[in-house]
Design a binder for this molecule. Structure first.
Ligand SMILES: [Zn+2]
Length: 289
């Protein structure tokens, strides 16, 4: 084998291997396919939520009453979620199911998110404006379940791995392209190559995140629906929160909760299909491989 062909095969193998690593980072749970009936119903619900005249009604609570409502939801959802988590990760004894649900008192905008403490404890945080804005306890429960779903699905870790693998793949492709160009034209100007390589690494990180985020969002909806239902709340009523016609950005120019969770009818259709599946089969299902 000539050296050039060997190098080409080696690089091809590296890229294929990395692609396999990226596709291995899929979802843990089956995301059910919505039936035509689910899709139609979701489209109707979505349209209702987009129109203030038909949107789900809610009573605006005082901040203190809203915080009391939130505490009640936490008291019901937290034990159910932790039991669910332990049961689902029984084969992974190191998995941390001690999810800390906190109120983020600093962030001045409506938001809820999942993160980790420095020592790796999962945290689900709600801002005060978010808590005050929920129209009913089902919305709080569903958003809580959804954020816990990001931890159970290990989305942050997977997304980081994918971003890195994506950056390496594009970097390897760009390096290979440059090596080929240099081989075929020894006089080719090489001054920009490092910059091209750098640009493709940055693009790779963004592309890897974008491609996986909707898949992970829907997986979190599936897990969130299961937790919400097990805690005695209505996941469909709760999921309507995500369909509200809100701005994608906050006043300070950051992505809002609806910017990181773009409203669409597919989310509602997935929740409808998940609830049907739970009622028929008793729970959600993990992928077999
Ligand atoms: Zn999410």
């Amino acid at each position: 084998m000539s050296r050039a062909i060997f190098n080409k095969t080696l690089r091809g193998g590296l890229i294929l291997g990395l692609l396999a690593a990226v596709s291995a980072c899929g979802t843990t749970y089956n995301v059910p396919t919505a039936s035509d009936k689910n899709t139609q119903m979701a489209a109707n619900m979505f349209a209702e939520e987009r129109d203030p005249a038909t949107a789900q009604a809610g009573r605006r609570l005082s901040t203190s009453a809203a915080l009391r409502q939130f505490a009640q939801v936490v008291a019901r959802v937290e034990p159910v979620a932790e039991r669910f988590c332990k049961q689902e990760t029984a084969d992974r004894p190191d998995f941390n199911c001690d999810i800390n649900i906190v109120v983020d008192e600093q962030m001045p905008v409506r938001n809820a998110y999942q993160t980790y403490t420095k020592d790796g404890r999962p945290v689900v945080a709600f801002t005060v404006p978010m808590i005050a804005d929920a129209r009913n306890p089902d919305e709080l429960a569903f958003v809580m379940g959804h954020e816990m779903g990001h931890h159970l699905g290990q989305h942050m870790h997977k997304q980081k791995q994918q971003a890195m693998a994506g950056a390496i793949i594009l970097g390897a492709v760009a390096a290979y392209g440059q090596a080929s160009a240099n081989a075929s034209n020894p006089y080719r100007y090489r001054g920009n190559d490092q910059q091209v390589l750098q640009d493709s690494m940055t693009l790779g990180a963004g592309v890897g995140q974008m491609a996986y985020s909707q898949t992970y969002e829907l997986e979190s909806d599936v897990i969130g629906a299961a937790i919400t239902k097990a805690a005695g709340y209505d996941p469909v009523k709760g999921a309507r929160f995500f369909a509200r016609p809100e701005g994608q950005k906050t006043q300070d120019g950051n992505l809002s909760f609806w910017g990181t969770h773009p409203p669409d009818a597919k989310r509602l259709a997935t929740v409808l299909a998940t609830v049907e599946g739970i009622e028929a089969n008793g729970g959600i299902t993990r992928k077999t491989n």
